[in-house]
Design a protein around this ligand. Structure first.
Ligand SMILES: [Zn+2]
Length: 108
């Protein structure tokens, strides 16, 4: 019987590498599955919000199209998540229009 590393209980670099590759495969599969789930949950959530007219959409000056949930329990987003710029100017008036609708009033 020849002495091999297999019997010594230590893994060869090749074996280790193979295990690492297997692990990487598993981890990336898990991440894929999780992000797929998240995407689905997001789609359902935004579907519900949109159907009930609980979404505010507008375009930031940086070109980012924003879709924000309009819920009593959530503070309204005041800054663009893409560029961090405060949402104001014509967007701001659009926002306050929406708030005015909510209050049942119409302001000029
Ligand atoms: Zn922006």
């Amino acid at each position: 019987m020849t002495r091999s590393r297999k019997l010594s209980g230590k893994m060869t670099t090749k074996q280790l590498q193979k295990q690492v590759e297997e692990l990487q495969g598993i981890v990336s599969e898990m991440i894929n599955a999780m992000s797929g789930d998240l995407t689905r949950i997001n789609m359902v959530l935004f579907g519900i919000l949109k159907q009930n007219d609980w979404l505010v959409e507008y375009d930031c000056s940086c070109g980012q199209h924003l879709v924000l949930p309009k819920l009593d329990s959530l503070p309204m987003e005041t800054h663009c998540p893409a560029c961090g710029k405060e949402i104001e100017d014509e967007n701001q008036s659009k926002l306050s229009d929406v708030v005015a609708w909510d209050n049942g009033g119409e302001e000029e």
